[in-house]
Design a protein around this ligand. Sequence first.
Ligand SMILES: Nc1ncnc2c1ncn2[C@@H]1O[C@H](COP(=O)(O)OP(=O)(O)OP(=O)(O)O)[C@@H](O)[C@H]1O
Length: 548
Amino acid sequence: MTDLIAIIYLIIRNERQALARGFALAFVVLVMGVALLALSGWFILATAAAGMAGIGILFNVFAPSAMVRFLALGRTAARYGERILTHDATLRAVSELRVSLLRGLLTRPYRALERLRANSELNRITADTDALDGALLRLVIPALAGSAAILITSLVLWWIVHPSVAAILAAGYLVLPTGVFCIGQGVAKSPARLAEAALQAGRSRMVDLLSGRDDLTVFGQLPRARDHTIHAFDKAAQSRRRLDQIERQTGMLMDMVTALVTSGCLMVGITLVQADVIETAQAAIGVFAALALGEAVAPVRRALSEIGKMTKAAARVRPALKAPDLAWDDPKPPLSGQGLEMYNTTFATQGKAMFKPISLSVAPGETVVLEGASGSGKSTVLLLAIGALVPAQGIVRALGCDPAQVSMDAMTRKAVLVTQRSALIAGTISDNLRLADPTASDAALWRALETVCLHKVLQNRGGLDLKLGPRGSGLSGGEARRLILARAILRRPDLLLLDEPTEGLDDATADLVMTGLRDALPNAAFLVAAHRQAERAQADGIVPVIRA
Ligand SMILES: Nc1ncnc2c1ncn2[C@@H]1O[C@H](COP(=O)(O)OP(=O)(O)OP(=O)(O)O)[C@@H](O)[C@H]1O
C-alpha cells in the first residue's frame, strides 16, 4: 500500500493543477446531482401541498423549474469537463511514469541490464503503468469527491431539514461503504493477486513461446509450451470471473446501503413531519438527497476489484523508478587521451577475483589480443575497459580517463564495444547501420559494408533497403556478425573493443574482415578477445587471461 500511496503522490505532484480542477468538478457533479433530485422532490411535494391548500395559483413554479434545468445541464457539463481534465492529466502522468521507468531501466548497471527479462520489463512498462492510471480516476478522486459531497450535503440538510436526517445520512454513507470497502478488500485481495500474476505469466509465456518457437519445435515442445501458456490465461480468466462476482456483490451491497440510508431518512422525516417539526416538502429533500448520494458511493465497487492489481503494480513499478544519479545528456566528453592501459587489474564477484591481475597497454593503431580459456574472463576485461564494470583492484585508463568515472554516454562516443551478444534491430540495413551514425551518407554505409565483405551479398538482395526481421533475422549468423562490425566502424571510434569478432565466419573471410577493420580505423586502439587464428594474426601483443 505504501508503494501505491507513493505513486499516487508522484502523479498528483506532477499534475497538481489539472487534478485539483478535476476533483473540484467531480465534487460539483455529485453536489449538483444531489441538489437536482432534492429540489425535484421538494418541488413536486411543495406544488402538491400548495394545490391541496388551494393556493396553487400563487405558487411560483418558474424559479424552481429553471433551477432544475440549470442543475441538469450544469451537471452534464461538469461531468464532461471532469472526465476531460482528469483523464488528460492522468494519461500525461502515466506517460511520464513510463519515461521514468525507461530511464531507470537504461541507467542500471551493466550486469543488471544483462539480467533483464524483456517480458517482465515490457509488462512493467505497459500493463503495470496502465493499472496505475486507475489509482486516481477510480480510487482517489471518487473517494475524495464522494466524501466531500456527503459531508457538504449533511451540513446543508442539518441546516434546511433537521440534524437527525443529516446525522443518518452522514453516518450511513461514511461508515457503511468504508466497512464494505475494508471487508471487500480482504476478500478481493487473493483473486486480484492471482488474476494479475496469471495474466503476467501468460504474457511472459506467450513472448517466450514466440521467441523460442524454433527451439521448441526442434525439441517437440511446442504443444507443451502452448498448453502452458493457455493454462496461465485460463487461470487469469478464472480469477477475473471471481473478481467480477465480488464486484457484483459489492454493487448489491452498495445498493442496499443506499436503500437503507434513504429509508432511514424517510422514516425519520415522516416522524418529524408527524410531530410538526418539519414540512413534508422538507422531509422530501432529505429522502431525495439520500437517494442521489448513492452515486457518490457507487465507485467503491469498481475500486475494490482494482485495488489488488494497483497495489501489486505499484510494488513492481516504484523500485524501478529509482534511477542512479547519472547525467542523462552529458556535455561533450572530457576524453582527450589516447589508447587503453590497464595495470594490475582484476574483477571480483562475491569478493573473489575472477582472473589473475592483468596489465596491458594498447596504443593508437595497435591491436592487442586477449587469450584464454572459455569463462576465464576475456569479455569481462572488455567490459572493464569501457567502464561497464568496475575493477576490484588495479587501474584502468581508457582514452586518458578512468572509464568508471565517465558517463556511458560520453564513453560510447569515442569507444565502441562489440559484444558476443550484440544484436541487430528489425528494420532495413541502413536503419541498423545508422544507429551508429544517423547522419552517415549512403556512400559511407556502402564503404563500411565493403570493409566487412558484405557489399556483394547485399547488392543482389535490395542493398541498404533490405528489410530484416526481429533481431536481424533474414541474414545468416556470419552476415549478421559482419553487419554489426560495419556498424561499429561507422562510429569511427578511437578505441574498439571486440569480443570474438569473427565468430561464425570462415577463415578466409575472417582474415579479410580483420584486415578491413584495421584499414578502416588505422588510428584506433583495438583490444580483441579472441579464440581464432584470424583474430590473433594481426596482434601487436597477446595478453593471457588466466582464471584465478
Ligand atoms: N552477467 C553475469 N553475471 C554473473 N556472472 C557472469 C555474467 N556473465 C559472465 N559471468 C561469469 O563470469 C566469468 C567470466 O565470463 P566471461 O564472459 O568474461 O568469460 P570469457 O573468457 O569471455 O568466456 P568465453 O570465451 O566463453 O566467451 C564466467 O565464469 C561467467 O560465468
